[in-house]
Design a protein around this ligand. Structure first.
Ligand SMILES: [Zn+2]
Length: 278
């Protein structure tokens, strides 16, 4: 076991759509997490994890496995039915952030966690300039100095290779890869120790995808941000993550060092995923 203190810890997180019944409560392994009796969907079921400082934790699974729902729950886009999440840098790791007040959640989202969505429209305001998008995040964290905000926005956008002369452009006129890079710069604007990334390169051309992943890697190495990266694509996870959790039907069916999982997958589903890489 790792003796470091996790920067974030999830404990028995469950997200359920429906009331459940005696059948599904006693059968954890439901196809797609769906109860054939009462039709409740167990989006995330009893998931626990540790995210250590500066590491990349990959979460891989098919559509409907609960991987994105888990991430959205941690970022308060989705309410949890039960369970908890704890940040070492927030109230000494004693406070279940899933039960935080809306004011506390706003603080957590602006200072301690960043999120990059698959759909850039969820992370960006398409009709504001790219610079204003980043500035909006700085303002949310209490910044009021226009000069320092312009400097910081310029620095952040340069960091993700958006040319300065395009800072005034709206993200809607950008390519998919550029939109994701603006989203990343906005998400890290306030130096959060944790970054959540949900299928951020899905739908991009392979060459663009490789560039965005390289950028995420270099940001991680430079700033030491702990990241959780969700993808349906094991090739992305293999490239990015130190440790990996495999989700299926809302549950974690396998977890460990990424290399170990690739070399010796134990669960049948993981074996299928690994063989699809060959
Ligand atoms: Zn049921």
């Amino acid at each position: 076991m790792d003796k470091r203190t996790p920067v974030m810890e999830g404990k028995n997180i469950t997200v359920r759509f429906g009331d459940g019944c005696s059948y599904c409560r006693s059968h954890p392994e439901l196809e797609k997490g769906r109860c054939p009796v009462c039709h409740t969907i167990w989006g995330v079921r009893d998931v626990s994890f540790q995210l250590y400082p500066g590491e990349i934790l990959g979460i891989v699974g098919e559509s409907g496995s609960g991987k994105s729902t888990l991430l959205k729950t941690l970022y308060f886009d989705q309410a949890a039915t039960s369970g908890g999440a704890y940040l070492s840098l927030y109230q000494d790791g004693q406070k279940n952030i899933l039960e935080a007040s809306s004011q506390q959640k706003r603080y957590l989202r602006n200072h301690l966690m960043g999120m990059v969505y698959q759909n850039p429209m969820l992370g960006l305001r398409m009709k504001l300039s790219s610079g204003s998008n980043v500035a909006e995040k700085l303002i949310a964290a209490g910044n009021r100095n226009a000069g320092s905000m312009i400097d910081r926005s310029t620095e952040l956008l340069e960091h993700v290779e958006i040319p300065t002369e395009r800072m005034r452009d709206q993200p809607r006129v950008f390519s998919g890869g550029m939109q994701q890079r603006v989203q990343i710069s906005k998400a890290i604007a306030n130096n959060p120790p944790i970054l959540l990334l949900d299928e951020v390169t899905t739908g991009l051309d392979l060459s663009v995808q490789a560039k965005v992943l390289d950028l995420i890697r270099s940001i991680q190495e430079e700033l030491g941000i702990a990241m959780m990266i969700v993808s349906h694509d094991l090739a992305v996870i293999r490239m990015m993550s130190d440790r990996t959790m495999v989700m299926l039907g809302g549950r974690v069916v396998e977890e460990g060092l990424t290399d170990q999982i690739l070399e010796d997958p134990l669960h049948e589903y993981t074996q299928t995923l690994v063989s699809s890489l060959l």
